[in-house]
Design a protein around this ligand. Structure first.
Ligand SMILES: *Cc1c(COP(=O)(O)O)cnc(C)c1O
Length: 414
């Protein structure tokens, strides 16, 4: 995907040098590799081939219309968590009938929009939500296909902010309450129970919690069947973790085999909702060095990207590999790589050894997921442009924002 060309000592995305991309589109710039997106999607299809799964790309990882469109062209379904994300899927030509509506706080307006669009399933997370979807469906004279998100109470062993499957989390229906919640849903006139789902967290580097969750959910599937509530699909939620630094990431083939074994002869369609692992390693954030500042205790490499462009380091203390685009014969320094935002938390990398000087380009790796989709305008910074590279061609898939666009909805009263 991203190769080092040692002759020129410069980095490429597919066949395009990052230096050309920076010249043409400016920085900070999100750069995605189309072939890496395709490969990541096909990895799921191949690993789970025996189960013929519906892979529903989790749009919140990166909602760019071109990325959604590309996955739609590969046959992907979608996992959405808001009406806004549904609008994106529809605008990009995604199929509502392959779209799963997840999320813990759906509004009536969002439910109505999704019912009218004809989504595949609502993943419901509480009794009041069951009642709300019933109410909206009855009003519209429609039947809502539904699933309950059950919290299997397993420890995903990931960062607490992205761990969602423990009792203490706000997500899902408690395991012990799941049967009663299903009975409640089955008594509603305008709901059709079609599935069950769980999602225990993101950036999972260990397979065992995923398998444990699957096992616990299947036990519920059987109990439900005993009561005459027969499900059509099992949705195991998000994907596996990716390599940011030196993590051991779960093998998809091993995951698929375990799931297949656990599912046995049950006639359930498998649904998966990977986000990070479909886009994370396919994207990088290209940035330029503004200054190198030698402090009393620390050196700082100030770049033109910041926490508003890539929030993960500030939010989760996440690691992203950072390297210089061109290899230079200068003394490397150890520095914090920071943005221009007025926050001490505005860092992209800490204590990195890097050979660079003012004007050089740096590449922040593995920034395709939860990068641009979490971007903000803090400090009135324009959100970065995005490009999609395909071989030796590239397309602008998001224009750099302007200050006029940022101010367009504001009114200077008084
Ligand atoms: C965020 C999320 C996903 C995607 O998780 P990844 O770790 O990015 O694969 C899937 N399903 C639900 C319900 C989510 O909230």
């Amino acid at each position: 995907m991203i190769k080092k060309d040692f002759r020129n000592m410069t980095l490429f995305c597919e066949q395009l040098p990052y230096t050309h991309l920076a010249e043409e589109f400016g920085t900070p710039l999100y750069v995605y590799s189309k072939s890496a997106l395709t490969e990541a999607f096909e990895n799921y299809q191949t690993a789970f081939a025996a189960l013929n799964p519906l892979v529903c790309y989790a749009v919140k990882a990166n909602g760019n219309l071109s990325i959604i469109k590309h996955f739609a062209s590969l046959g992907s379904g979608f996992d959405i968590v808001s009406g806004g994300e549904l609008a994106r899927v529809l605008a990009a030509g995604g199929d509502a009938a392959k779209t799963i509506f997840s999320g813990v706080g759906k509004s009536e307006a969002e439910i109505e929009f999704a019912l009218n669009a004809g989504v595949k399933c609502f993943n419901m997370e509480s009794i009041p939500e069951i009642d709300r979807i019933q109410k909206v469906a009855a009003r519209l004279g429609k039947v809502a296909p539904v699933s309950l998100r059950v919290n299997p109470d397993v420890d995903a062993k990931t960062h607490p902010y992205i761990s969602t499957g423990l009792k203490a989390n706000k997500f899902g229906i408690a395991y012990a309450d799941a049967l009663e919640a299903y009975r409640h849903a089955s008594r509603q006139s305008h709901l059709k129970i079609v599935g069950i789902d769980c999602h225990i967290g993101s950036q999972l580097t260990d397979l065992s919690p995923l398998i444990e969750a699957c096992e616990r959910i299947l036990a519920l599937v059987d109990q439900l069947a005993d009561e005459g509530i027969v499900l059509e699909h099992l949705d195991l939620g998000g994907g596996v973790g990716i390599v940011y630094q030196d993590e051991n990431v779960p093998d998809l083939g091993a995951y698929a085999q375990s799931v297949q074994k656990l599912m046995g002869t049950r006639r359930l369609k498998l649904v998966l909702e990977p986000g990070r692992s479909l886009v994370g390693n396919a994207g990088s954030l290209l940035t330029r060095v503004e200054f190198v500042k030698h402090g009393e205790e620390k050196n700082f490499v100030m770049v033109d990207a910041a926490m508003n462009d890539l929030m993960r380091p500030a939010l989760y203390d996440a690691y992203h590999h950072i390297e210089a685009i061109e290899t230079k014969d200068i003394e490397p320094l150890t520095a914090n790589i920071v943005g221009p935002i007025c926050e001490t938390g505005d860092f992209l990398g800490k204590d990195r050894t890097i050979a660079c000087e003012e004007g050089d380009l740096l590449l922040i790796r593995s920034a395709g997921a939860y990068g641009s989709s979490m971007a903000s305008n803090y400090n009135t910074r324009n959100r970065a442009a995005e490009v999609l590279v395909d071989g030796n061609e590239c397309k602008l898939i998001r224009q750099r924002e302007t200050v006029e666009q940022q101010m367009a909805n504001e009114l200077a009263c008084l």
